[in-house]
Design a protein around this ligand. Structure first.
Ligand code: GLA
Length: 401
């Protein structure tokens, strides 16, 4: 079923694509022969900070994302440029590929390198002019990096007829971030972006990467995403610190119980040996183990058609992220507290790594405008950031427009 939020999202995307094609023309000359690809961003409803602990997650795509406009060239040169970021890249596909630069082009370049690891049918591929753009905010916790990587993988695959499967494109995106950009990210983001299906959440078990699409009843509920406007430079360092703390908990607990990841440590083992852990590390582990349990319960509720407990689990997850995992901030707490007081709201929590960015809100259809009004008024009265709220029903996956 098509919802009002989805129609709004589709119309906004088409407008954005038109502007993008005109930006392509301004940069590279006429737009004849250009193809335009889209990869969405994502929100995560359950399973916060579980992917790098081998746990389950429940993300969905949003109808905002990265646009990749591509036109083949007559030679073997490749040009990358962005409509929003400075600097680009120009290279000869028959020559050596450049090293990491620390700039945004590392993402698409990393994907190119990943795709080149397997022989391409026609040897050196045809040159291309590529322009990146779109309407996904960077640093808002909506996974702009996985979006640009999956979008690049899809666009190059189609232009060069590589015939890679969606999962292979997901892995090209993941490999780019891990091997080339150098971020030790979990698997959730590229999977969520690359395998998204309209009207569904993705159930992804990050231990074995098995996945399943869970339908979400768009006639009953909608997914709100409220952007706090807070962007923290320190977020990456703090994220890496959480990864390291979870690793420490796992190393200490696995001595008492054989396990492949923190998710596999039984609660009783954690309880018995909690005192051996640094208290902060113990709190991180407690969040992980309780969140694993909550995420399974949330899935059961969704499968049983009962969305009230799903919403409740989301709000419980936020409390845990604030108290035990310490990745929230005053703005996100204020948004969640105000959202859960609004009529029709089933639950709310921060999404992404935290420290700023967005909160996700599960609400009954028909409650959108009241939520928008109340949330904006209470937030903007307290903080100097304008609030942006969008509504989605589980966006579509990557595709050619
Ligand atoms: C960031 C990471 C994801 C995941 C989330 C927390 O968004 O990129 O891999 O770890 O944080 O759930």
């Amino acid at each position: 079923m098509t919802t009002p939020g989805q129609l709004e999202g589709d119309a906004a995307l088409l407008r954005c694509a038109e502007e993008h094609l005109s930006a392509f023309r301004d940069r590279y000359g006429q737009e004849e022969g250009v193809r335009c690809f889209f990869a969405p961003g994502r929100v995560n409803l359950m399973g916060a900070h579980l992917d790098y602990n081998g746990g389950p997650v429940m993300p969905a795509a949003v109808d905002r994302g990265t646009l990749v406009a591509v036109r083949p060239r007559a030679d073997q040169r490749l040009r990358f440029a962005s409509s929003s970021e400075d600097g680009g890249l120009e290279l000869d596909l028959a020559g050596e590929l450049p090293p990491r630069s620390g700039r945004w082009v590392d993402y698409p370049l990393g994907v190119l390198i990943e795709l080149s690891k397997r022989p391409m049918a026609d040897g050196v591929p045809q040159g291309v002019d590529v322009l990146f753009g779109g309407n996904l905010p960077v640093g808002a916790g909506l996974s702009s990096s996985a979006s640009i990587c999956v979008g690049t993988a899809l666009a190059l695959d189609r232009i060069w007829n590589l015939g890679r499967t969606p999962l292979e494109l997901v892995h090209a995106a993941l490999g780019a971030e891990r091997s080339f950009v150098g971020v030790q990210c979990g698997i959730m983001d590229p999977y969520a972006v690359g395998l998204a299906r309209s009207g569904h959440l993705l159930w992804l078990d990050c231990k074995d990467a098995s996945s399943q699409h869970l339908p979400i009843d768009a006639s009953r509920v909608t997914i709100g995403v409220a952007d706090s406007g807070v962007r923290r430079e320190l977020a990456r360092g703090a994220f890496n610190q959480r990864v390291a703390e979870c690793r420490r908990a796992f190393e200490a607990l696995r001595v008492h119980h054989p396990a492949d990841c923190l998710r596999d440590v039984p609660w009783e083992v954690f309880e018995t040996h909690r005192a051996e852990l640094d208290p902060e590390v113990a709190r991180r582990a407690e969040h992980v183990l309780r969140e694993v349990q909550r995420t399974f319960e949330a899935r059961d509720a969704l499968l049983g058609g009962d969305l009230v407990p799903l919403g409740r689990k989301m709000t419980e997850a936020h409390v845990s992220l604030r108290e035990l995992f310490a990745v929230s901030c005053a703005e996100l707490d204020a948004l969640v507290d105000a959202a859960v007081e609004c009529p029709g709201v089933l639950g709310s929590r921060l999404t992404g790594a935290g420290f700023g960015g967005c909160v996700v809100i599960l609400l009954e259809c028909g409650s959108e405008e009241e939520l928008r009004r109340r949330l904006s008024a209470s937030y903007e009265a307290r903080f100097p950031h304008p609030l942006r709220i969008d509504f989605y029903s589980g966006g579509s996956g990557p595709r050619e427009l």
